[in-house]
Design a protein around this ligand. Structure first.
Ligand code: G3I
Length: 419
């Protein structure tokens, strides 16, 4: 890690140079910064050119094709062809795999969800499915989301076929089967709306204890991180919840992050808020040493799941659909760079810059016309911005002068940064 950190520091010392998200996350002590993807997206060459850059995304999660409906569409009939496309892509590009998912009420074929099972039959079905799928991917997955979204938002258990037939016992059954099939894979419980304190987070803590008390192995908890612009908890609130899970002896990760606008079009102030919301999430992970990484639920608005699920909402990703980076991207990059620099300053290993690359500065003319604005706001602050800090952009009211020896460089119309 020190070598990576000092290499990042060497690059960051070059005026105007920038590193990519994964290399910065690793230099800051994390295992990865990653993205979900899906099979259909891999025919988009411009998108793939970004996704396959392991300096940018060092980890991949298959967004759909490892789910039960794809991998065991009929009882005892297994198909890994589509999932293998994603895992092969990640391996070809030197990217870590988070495998997703084994037991979920959704995208579950009707032969499972509509069957009239005895407890013994459904236990066999679970064991067979998990043994086959985890066995197929054995040695390839850094982590498996073993059980996904077992809880309702009020903290009660979701009454799907697994709970209705087996009660809570299906959860340790699933974890034991996964552990037997791949002893090296980290086994995660994964859910949304557990990122902040409340009944659901408390119930998720209960799931960790339930698994441990049953003598099964659980290694991690995944916090999906589907947030809303302006409604994202603070960094400290997020970190506090992460720590409450770490206390139980598990690692944690943000596994499906996006921050959507609840109404569109987005405003200039909205993009600034979105950047701050992403920063709260990334900052929380940086603040908790057992938070191993951050995965965005795709990096590009073109392939976000939000518009099809939440009508009229969207623009949730780090990149616009034309593959230019948003203010949120630069904010996350700054935060990771600052953490990498601080990690490197404690290292004694000789720096090297050979592993690092620069990003291309996006042109402001490539921003979507629907979000472009020519208005600027007069800065109200006279203080100076620190290295990596924001120093300009539409709607920016903070400092526009950088602390010596850094200069303010425009990244796009929305974001200038002290480099
Ligand atoms: O593949 C079919 C295609 O043949 C068909 O023409 C098309 C018509 O609608 O549907 C396609 O399937 C869609 C599938 O994604 C693949 O694109 C499904 O309709 C659609 O419902 C499905 O949505 C996925 C969703 O899970 C299902 O709940 C999203 O892509 C996927 O990103 C999303 O991921 C989940 C995580 O697994 C768990 N956490 C929440 C997250 C977001 O919902």
């Amino acid at each position: 890690m020190h070598l990576v950190a000092t290499a990042a520091a060497a690059l960051l010392a070059i005026p105007g140079a920038q590193a990519n998200l994964n290399q910065l996350a690793k230099a800051a002590g994390k295992l990865y910064f990653g993205s979900a993807t899906d099979n259909g997206e891999l025919s988009d060459s411009a998108y793939v050119a970004v996704l396959k850059n392991s300096n940018e995304f060092g980890q991949i999660t298959p967004g759909n094709t490892q789910k039960w409906q794809y991998t065991e569409p009929s009882n005892g009939v297994f198909s890994y062809t589509q999932g293998d496309v994603i895992t092969s892509f990640a391996q070809a590009n030197g990217q870590v795999l988070r495998c997703h998912n084994l037991v979920w009420h959704n995208q579950l074929p009707s032969w499972v969800s509509s069957g009239s099972w005895t407890a013994a039959q459904l236990t066999d079905i679970l064991n067979t499915h998990i043994a086959s799928e985890v066995g197929h991917y054995k040695g390839q997955c850094y982590a498996w989301d073993v059980v996904n979204e077992a809880l309702n938002d009020d903290g009660t258990y979701r009454t799907d076929v697994f709970y209705n037939v087996l009660g809570t016992s299906y959860i340790p059954i699933a974890f034991k089967a996964a552990a037997a099939a791949d002893p090296a894979a980290k086994l995660y419980y994964n859910d949304y709306n557990i990122e902040y304190s409340g009944a659901k987070a408390t119930a998720a803590l209960g799931i960790v204890k339930l698994i441990q008390n049953a003598g099964a192995r659980i290694d991690g908890v995944g916090f999906q991180g589907h947030f809303i612009v302006g409604g994202t908890p603070s960094q400290s609130a997020l970190a506090s919840v992460l720590n409450s899970f770490v206390t139980l002896g598990v690692e944690v990760a943000y596994t499906e992050v996006d921050v959507r606008f609840s109404s569109l079009p987005a405003t200039s102030a909205g993009y600034t808020q979105q950047a701050n919301d992403y920063a709260a999430v990334v900052g929380a992970c940086l603040a908790v040493s057992k938070c191993v990484g951050i995965t965005v639920w795709d990096f590009d608005d073109k392939y976000s799941w939000i518009p099809s699920t939440f009508s009229g909402q969207g623009e949730a990703c780090l990149y616009w659909q034309n593959l230019t980076a948003k203010p949120a991207y630069y904010k996350v990059q700054s935060l990771l760079a600052a953490a990498a620099t601080s990690t490197a300053s404690t290292s004694t290993t000789a720096p090297t810059s050979t592993a690092l690359i620069t990003t291309t500065k996006p042109s402001s003319t490539s921003l979507p016309t629907t979000t472009k604005t020519t208005s600027t706001t007069t800065p109200t602050s006279t203080s100076t911005a620190a290295h990596w800090g924001q120093c300009g952009g539409n709607g920016w009211t903070g400092p526009t002068v950088c602390a010596s020896p850094f200069t303010c460089k425009e990244q796009n119309a929305w974001y200038s940064q002290c480099l």
